[in-house]
Design a protein around this ligand. Structure first.
Ligand code: PHE
Length: 446
């Protein structure tokens, strides 16, 4: 390949793209859903602890591999540890990208349906039962969920066709700040509702009697899922980061933005859920049913509702592009497939799996086994298994194979930056992260 490799053009662009990958449905749809199912406050506390202690170091480990290796997850590891089997870690990441993209594209499709519903004033004056019924009816519609899923993946492919700088970077830089602003507005609204006190109590008051191995694993999985770590999305983005950028502050900013959005989403959703009598453990519908009710009660709710779902779909889009980019970079760099063809392949395969996820949510679907739909399976298999395993091997690779000198050299930009926390970060990567991840896994197995 003689042509110059595409990459991010500015520091802000890197942060926007990485934060764009991190902030998504994981924060606004999946986080409240899991917090609700796992007892609220205690889940939040464990989640935040994992994000702060492990999230930043693991993210740095991924950026390190990507920038130093200069390629997709498989290629980067191959170039750092040639003629070894460490690159298998990269393959776990590619698999995870397909699995996540599959069920993610289903939920992303919902965001488009909800833009349509909002624009056609479907929610106005309806009570919560009708809105919940609308959500169920939509899953059982023979046509619409698939239509939106296809449209959504079409947008994703379109941006990937355009490349990193003129696609990924250009769009995320404008869209992420807009999402932030509207979340803050919604927060204020939700806090003035009658269920605010109860909702906040649920979210912030930890009840440790609810904590068991399942809750720990769910929090671990959600932390990795939300930060986009453990599967090579950030290795791939790392490979587009300029040698001059500061990996430590970039990671800090991304983690801070991601955590803030999750907490904001919780502050919006739980007070409103209690106000309208929605059970916090309502599952997938929690965000989709609660939010329209808040808009119903707001002046200008009609417009806010449309804007909100547009931004939610954009937040999802900046995540799906990071997932598809992993696959495309892998296919084009490792198998010499043209970028455009690789984009087609990645899109079609993940759509195929995604359609199975969508089908599994229909009433009486053969793709549901007992309580577990294929959709749930893909969700749990990626977040609670592939990402933690991926993260475990990533930290082991960085600390136990590559070692301290190489890591320090990269994160200090060849000793031109002072990173005072580097020893601490390395200690976490080498000892704390592997032990904690393993402990949570083993605990769950027992
Ligand atoms: N972090 C994204 C979210 O929270 C999902 C994601 C996971 C994206 C893994 C890329 C890789 O919505």
């Amino acid at each position: 390949m003689s042509e110059k490799r595409d990459g991010f053009g500015s520091k802000l662009g890197v942060i926007a793209a990485a934060a764009g990958s991190a902030v998504g449905l994981g924060n606004i749809y999946r986080f409240p859903c899991l917090a609700g199912e796992n007892g609220g406050g205690a889940f939040l506390l464990i989640y935040v602890a994992i994000v702060l202690c492990l999230g930043i170091p693991i993210m740095m480990a991924e950026f390190y591999i990507g920038r130093r290796g200069g390629k997709n997850p498989v290629g980067s590891i191959k170039s750092l540890a040639p003629k070894t089997h460490w690159n298998l870690i990269g393959y776990i990441g590619i698999l995870a990208a397909f699995v996540v993209l599959a069920f993610y594209s289903t939920v992303s499709g919902w965001t488009l349906e909800y833009i349509y519903k909002a624009a056609t004033n479907f929610f106005a004056g309806k009570d919560i039962a009708t809105i919940e019924q609308g959500f169920t009816d939509f899953h059982n519609n023979p046509f619409r969920p698939f239509l939106w899923q296809f449209v959504f993946m079409g947008f994703t492919a379109f941006i990937i066709f355009k490349g990193v700088k003129d696609g990924v970077e250009k769009y995320t830089k404008i869209l992420m700040p807009a999402l932030f602003v509207i979340l803050i507005v919604l927060c204020f609204k939700s806090l003035t509702m009658s269920g605010a006190k109860e909702g906040l109590k649920f979210l912030f008051k930890p009840d440790f009697s609810k904590v068991d191995g399942t809750v720990l694993l769910a929090a671990l999985g959600q932390a990795f899922f939300s930060l986009s770590v453990g599967m090579g999305a950030l290795i791939t983005y790392g490979s587009y980061i300029s040698k001059k950028d500061n990996l430590t502050t970039t990671s800090l900013s991304v983690v801070a933005a991601d955590t803030l959005v999750a907490v904001l989403a919780g502050i919006i959703i739980f007070p409103a859920a209690f106000t309208f009598g929605i059970q916090p453990e309502a599952g997938a519908g929690l965000a989709f049913n609660t939010l329209p009710m808040i808009f119903n009660k707001m002046t200008g709710g009609y417009f806010f509702c449309i804007i909100f779902f547009i931004l939610l779909s954009i937040a999802a889009l900046t995540s799906t592009i990071s997932l598809l980019e992993v696959i495309v970079a892998f296919l084009s760099e490792e198998h010499g497939i043209k970028r455009n063809t690789a984009t087609w392949i990645g899109t079609l395969v993940s759509l195929f799996l995604g359609v199975l996820c969508t089908l599994s949510l229909r009433k009486g679907s053969v793709l549901a086994f007992g309580n577990m739909t294929f959709f749930d399976f893909m969700d749990k298999f990626s977040a609670n298994f592939l990402l933690p395993i991926g993260a475990l091997f990533i930290v082991i690779f960085v600390a136990w194979k590559m070692g301290k000198e190489s890591f320090y050299d990269e994160i200090t930009n060849q000793n031109t930056l002072k990173v005072s926390v580097k020893k601490f970060i390395y200690f976490i990567i080498k000892f704390v992260a592997p032990i904690v991840i393993l402990a949570i896994f083993v605990n769950q197995l027992i």
